[in-house]
Design a protein around this ligand. Structure first.
Ligand code: KIV
Length: 294
């Protein structure tokens, strides 16, 4: 949805948005991306862009770059907290990160990821978690994993007025049940993928993430659904693309997934800067009079 002239913000169908209760939205600035812009993007064939973000610095940069939505993913488990998987991540850990991201953006739509253990118990648990994210962080939607198995949870949350982004295909919170990082939806498995996609749409999800599924399976899901599909390693035939920002920017610890294209080498840049600074301090080059008070 980014780039002129075809951006979510350039959708004038809703006219100038007014906040009848005052506050930030009433004071102008870029037009906030809303769930209807996701739907319009699918209708108009405009690709939706998303990145993960876990802090206000990257959130501000990605927002200003016109990225349509920012996901405060439970991938923070790996990328912020240093866990091996996303399984140990808690709601209490994600809430401050989500608040930082939501507080930093003017245009981007912010999605809070519901961590493992915070919705599997049933619809009431799921709603409780979703309400916490909405009240305590300023996020605009929640995301949770699972197709048919999460249908009741999605319906309950959507019924309370909270937008839900669904997540099917490879679902990292089920890593052990799925037998590791395994591509989903190959061969006959596409039937289950299509059933999951239909289930989350019927439950009221406004968009669905397809993770690590073959491009042709993702194309079939995209053609079947009225809601937009967002690919994470699901090829080019979806309505949008999402990447974990640390992978995309060259900060990955370990192996970079095949589906990631690296757009920067931040690891190399930061490492070189740190070494140069250390050498400057050790040799007395830094600080000099330019960087000292009289
Ligand atoms: O937590 C995350 O970053 C995610 C994406 C990989 C979809 O769930």
């Amino acid at each position: 949805m980014s780039g002129e002239p075809q951006t979510a913000a350039s959708d004038t169908s809703a006219g100038t948005e007014q906040n009848p209760y005052g506050g930030a939205a009433a004071s102008g600035g870029p037009k906030r991306v809303r769930t209807r812009h996701f739907q319009n993007a699918k209708r108009d064939g405009i690709k939706i862009t998303g990145l993960t973000s876990y802090d206000q610095l990257t959130a501000r940069i990605f927002d200003e770059a016109g990225i349509d939505f920012l996901l405060v993913g439970d991938s923070a488990g790996n990328n912020v907290f240093g866990y091996e998987t996303t399984l140990p991540v808690t709601v209490d850990e994600l809430i401050p990160l989500t608040r930082a991201v939501a507080g930093a953006v003017k245009r981007a739509f912010v999605v809070a990821d519901m961590p493992f253990g915070s919705y599997e118990n049933g619809p009431e648990d799921a709603l409780h978690t979703a309400v916490r994210f909405m009240k305590e962080t300023g996020a605009h939607a929640v995301k949770l994993e699972g197709g048919e198995r999460s249908q009741k949870q999605i319906r309950r949350i959507v019924g309370a007025g909270i937008p839900v982004m669904a997540h099917i295909g490879y679902t990292p919170q089920s890593e052990h049940g799925l037998g590791g990082h395994v591509i989903q939806g190959r061969g006959d498995e596409v039937k289950q993928l299509l059933a999951d996609a239909k289930a989350v749409q019927d439950a009221g999800a406004f968009a669905v993430v397809l993770e690590m599924v073959p491009a042709d399976a993702a194309r079939q899901v995209t053609e079947l659904l009225e809601i937009p599909t967002i690919s994470v390693g699901a090829g080019p035939h979806t309505d949008g693309q999402l990447l974990v920002w640390t992978d995309w920017a060259g900060l990955t610890i370990g192996r970079v997934p095949k589906f990631v294209k690296q757009y920067a080498d931040l690891s190399g840049i930061l490492s070189a800067a740190a070494k140069e600074w250390r050498t400057d301090v050790e040799s007395g080059v830094y600080p000099n009079s330019e960087h000292s008070y009289e």
